[in-house]
Design a protein around this ligand. Structure first.
Ligand code: KG4
Ligand code: ZN
Length: 344
């Protein structure tokens, strides 16, 4: 079956067409129009500007997804749309477009939670989790993005339990804010990771690892950003030590993420661990998580989405759509609504 995915939760206007056959998912097209160059002058996403850009780009992006996939609307089984969480004004553009297409083309619609979409990026293509093993549940998913930071126990397709989440900033949000404090620009995650790579010695800066030893699986990264602010305020030479600050800040986040993931993996006796969300593009997190799992939970399957499906895209929304379509979780176009609740 072929699914059209649409994603407009934040600052990427995206459409993709995915073909699923016997649980093997092939991306026929994956088109993304990014607004990063527009928003970086303000150091973050301006919702009103994002919505206007989505309005301009949504139809050309969908058109391009069809022409690249070389299919027609009649070939579609359903339209999967990210209906939250995200910026309301941005989500509305995608949802209203999906509703209109659903009505005009007489195709069912499937509402996809954006975080769930990130999870299903793990199921796409030849290097997917299902290529590694058929026996993956229960699975533990660490979702790390700009807006969300959770540990989720996935018991089966479409069955989740949130076992931990951030009490304030998500990992990506902390990286974005730290980059802003250091005057490095937006988005912070890739910039901090590039800067950190330049530092090759042992860090003499000691930032905290917030909640690393707490008994639960929650996170908190807002104090880490404040600790960074105090450190640079004390340090007259900080402008010459930017790579070291980036290294230490990134490592503090990675240490907490890995520690909690391993602890949860052991407690819940999971068969697999997956990463999801924009921060899972971070090479140090990928490498260090892989080696921590190999050392502590050697029998567990570890999967990370292909790099191009880590940050916001519509292939992941179409992928989640495939598994929902298999469960016949269709909605009428009249009933689909924005749902900004991050619980799902
Ligand atoms: O999943 P995503 O595209 O959007 C949300 O759902 O929030 O994630 C965006 C976040 C941003 O905070 C960005 O700084 C971070 O992902 N990010 C990274 C990297 N690439 C993007 N963080 C660390 N390392 C990266 N390479
Ligand atoms: Zn996202």
């Amino acid at each position: 079956m072929k699914i059209l995915g649409i994603e407009t939760s934040c600052d990427e206007t995206a459409a993709a067409i995915l073909e699923g056959k016997n649980n093997k998912l092939k991306v026929l097209s994956n088109v993304i129009s990014s607004q990063i160059n527009i928003h970086k002058q303000w150091g973050g996403v301006v919702p009103e500007v994002a919505a206007r850009e989505h309005v301009l780009h949504i139809l050309p992006v969908i058109d391009k997804a069809f022409s690249k996939a070389k299919i027609k609307k009649d070939d579609l089984k359903a339209i999967a749309i990210a209906n939250g969480p995200g910026l309301i004004t941005s989500l509305i553009v995608g949802i209203e477009t999906a509703k209109t297409l659903s009505y005009a083309w007489q195709k069912p619609i499937i509402g996809i939670n954006h975080i769930e979409g990130h999870i299903y990026a793990n199921f796409i293509g030849n290097d997917s989790i299902l290529e590694k093993s058929k026996n993956i549940f229960p699975s533990l998913i660490l979702t790390v993005s700009g807006g969300h930071n959770m540990l989720i126990l996935m018991k089966d397709y479409n069955k989740y339990k949130i076992i931990g989440e951030t009490r304030d900033d998500a990992a990506g949000e902390a990286l974005d804010k730290a980059a802003q404090l250091l005057g490095l620009g937006y988005p912070g995650g890739p910039i901090i990771s590039k800067m950190a790579k330049k530092f090759k010695e042992k860090s003499t800066i000691n930032l905290p690892r917030p909640m690393i030893n707490s008994k639960n699986f929650d996170f908190s990264f807002s104090g880490l950003k404040t600790a960074l602010l105090y450190e640079i305020q004390k340090d007259k030479n900080y402008q010459n030590r930017i790579p070291e600050y980036c290294y230490e800040f990134q490592q503090a986040i990675i240490d907490v993420l890995i520690h909690k993931t391993i602890k949860a993996g052991k407690k819940y006796k999971v068969k697999s661990i997956m990463l999801a969300g924009g921060v899972s593009a971070n090479l140090k997190l990928r490498e260090q998580m892989a080696s921590a799992i190999a050392n502590n939970l050697p029998k567990i399957i570890f999967n990370i989405p292909n790099l191009k499906y880590t940050t916001d895209n519509a292939a992941m929304i179409a992928s989640a759509g495939y598994w929902k379509a298999k469960d016949k979780k269709f909605t009428d176009w009249q009933k689909i609504k924005i749902n900004c609740n991050s619980k799902f």
